[in-house]
Design a protein around this ligand. Structure first.
Ligand code: GLN
Length: 239
């Protein structure tokens, strides 16, 4: 399921949806996409949830609907559904986002983080070192500074390429169970196949008990090609 693609989709975040669909097909699955916008019928079955970033006003537009479905999302998260929330939705999966104009948007509290607007935007390339997915590369552009509550795990750490959560403690993103929040635009998944495969593998194992990639040579060759392109992009980003 793609969450609020109409209002929460900037700096290429829709590319994450395309990447999951494409990789699933290359693994031999037949994915079905639910592009959920405010007021739509909530899908009866969800294997993976992807959410993008948005301007402050886009975040305001979706907040009521997000709260209406907070329990649905919380139970999916508690159940182990893999989720990737970028920037604006990462902030709203936390406790709150206090924007720089002083208004406060509530969050649904799936992740133990809170965000406060900063006068200076944090913009630029972002490289982080993660325990679970190696180096993750992408691009950030946000005014919100996000802080982790005690006991909340970050997704990774930033050395010198980028700001991350807040520019103060070198953390980037947050993870709770199979829910990941991050400031990585890019799009992040085409350039970081390990992260994409984590979502796919987890979703397949939850649904079928096992992840069984197809061994069709044409599909395997296409997947290698896509991964080769990602490697190239990663090398460029890291030089
Ligand atoms: N509006 C939020 C901020 O500026 C999120 C921006 C984004 O999603 N890129 O912090």
């Amino acid at each position: 399921m793609s969450l609020y693609p109409r209002d929460m989709n900037i700096y290429g975040d829709w590319g994450n949806v395309l990447t999951v669909l494409r990789r699933l097909r290359l693994y031999g699955y037949e994915p079905r996409l639910h592009a959920y916008n405010q007021g739509d019928v909530w899908p009866a079955h969800v294997d993976v949830v992807l959410g993008g970033g948005g301007q402050d006003n886009g975040q305001k537009r979706i907040t009521d609907d997000l709260f209406a479905h907070a329990d649905d999302l919380r139970s999916l998260a508690e159940d182990g559904t893999p989720m990737l929330m970028i920037c604006g939705l990462y902030q709203l999966f936390g406790e709150y986002f206090q924007t720089s104009d002083g208004s406060r948007l509530g969050g649904i509290g799936i992740l133990g983080v809170y965000t406060e607007g900063h006068k200076k935007r944090m913009i630029g390339n972002l490289v982080e070192h993660t325990r679970d997915f190696g180096d993750v590369i992408g691009y950030e552009n946000h005014s919100g500074q996000t802080f982790l509550r005690d006991g909340t795990t970050c997704l990774g750490r930033v050395d010198h390429d980028g700001t991350g959560n807040n520019g103060e403690d070198r953390t980037e993103g947050a993870r709770k169970g199979n829910v990941i929040g991050t400031y990585m635009h890019g799009s992040v998944l085409p350039k970081n196949p390990r992260l994409a495969d984590f979502l796919i593998r987890t979703a397949a194992e939850r649904r079928y008990g096992v992840f069984t990639p197809s061994d069709d040579p044409a599909l395997v060759a296409s997947l290698r090609k896509v991964d080769g392109m990602a490697d190239k992009a990663r090398r460029v980003a890291q030089t």
